[in-house]
Design a protein around this ligand. Structure first.
Ligand SMILES: [Zn+2]
Length: 311
């Protein structure tokens, strides 16, 4: 009987090893044509892989750095983030190096609690803007329990992660007590307190602005010049017509614009008007609502593909 149990146990281990090998192989094929054996870790892959996850209405972007480190930018509205991460992470990977929350709206942070429960998150990046208490408690628990480090974004900053450069553009001051944009008298809303940053690798750059709308875009235009001119733009606020103003798109002059939105969402995101504006500046349009996960690879060149195309 004991022998039988031992045999079943060994068999299970072998099956698990085979499964993990297959999974790594699949990731490798996506990353660089299958010529990297251990792309699950992406050691020295020479690429940055950015997956705009199809998680319905909301945002979740998974970034893999050339040395295998991982960053999750926003976490979808709920636990659906875990299923989405299962598409881009090997099942035996229980850690995420960085979790960045752009702003405190549920379609961006709702799933963060599930992510913190399921994974060991090593660094949390946030502005400290207070709206909902629940995820602060989750942050605190993660920091107490797992020793996650909290990074308070309260000024322009430049980070280097694995030969990439992350340039935090906004907030360029502490917004934890007052999230109104400088120069504005009225409340400009939580969307306009979104972290805006660029990620540059090998001369190729992506810009992320969370749910920033017209006001934050104007503020970025009046504050920065060069850093806004990038190749890849994560379309602001799911393609709402209150974001992606023509002046901003002209300054950014993106080659590719990716919109994260839910299939047939009630907001009409991304708006036709915004899609027209993007076309006018010559940007290729990608959208998670109709194309599933959108993967951008920054290497020698930029490569964009949509997987899980929907009918
Ligand atoms: Zn949103």
């Amino acid at each position: 009987m004991k022998k039988a149990i031992l045999f079943i146990f060994c068999l299970l281990i072998i099956i698990l090893l085979i499964l993990s090998y297959i999974q790594m192989g699949e990731v490798g094929a996506e990353v660089d044509g299958g010529d990297t054996e251990h792309a699950g870790q992406m050691e020295g892959s020479g690429q940055v892989k950015i997956t705009f996850l199809d998680i319905g209405q909301g945002d979740a972007t998974f970034i893999e750095f050339p040395d295998g480190q991982q960053m999750l930018v926003d976490c979808a509205i709920d636990a659906r983030i875990l299923e989405a991460l299962g598409r881009v992470m090997p099942f035996f990977d229980n850690t995420i190096d960085y979790m960045l929350v752009t702003h405190p709206d549920k379609d961006h942070y709702g799933g963060c609690i599930d992510v913190l429960d399921r994974f060991e998150v090593e660094n949390i990046i946030y502005t400290g803007v207070k709206k909902d208490q629940s995820f602060y408690e989750a942050f605190d628990n993660a920091m107490d329990g797992e020793g996650a480090e909290y990074h308070h974004i309260a000024g322009e900053d430049v980070w280097n992660i694995a030969s990439t450069t992350i340039h935090f553009l906004y907030p360029d001051h502490d917004v934890s007590e007052n999230h109104i944009l400088p120069g504005f008298e009225k409340d400009t809303g939580y969307n306009n307190a979104s972290i805006a940053f660029t990620l540059e690798y090998n001369g190729n750059t992506a810009l992320f602005t969370g749910d920033a709308e017209e006001e934050e875009e104007e503020y970025l235009l009046s504050t920065y010049d060069g850093p806004l001119d990038v190749d890849i733009l994560k379309g602001g606020h799911h393609g709402s017509s209150g974001a992606s103003i023509p002046e901003f798109l002209e300054a950014v002059s993106p080659e590719h614009v990716i919109f994260s939105a839910g299939r047939e969402n009630s907001y009409g995101h991304p708006s036709r008007r915004v899609l027209k504006r993007v076309e006018r500046v010559g940007g290729a349009i990608w959208r998670t609502d109709t194309q599933g996960d959108v993967i951008v690879t920054l290497g020698e060149d930029i490569y964009v593909e949509a997987v899980g195309v929907r009918p």
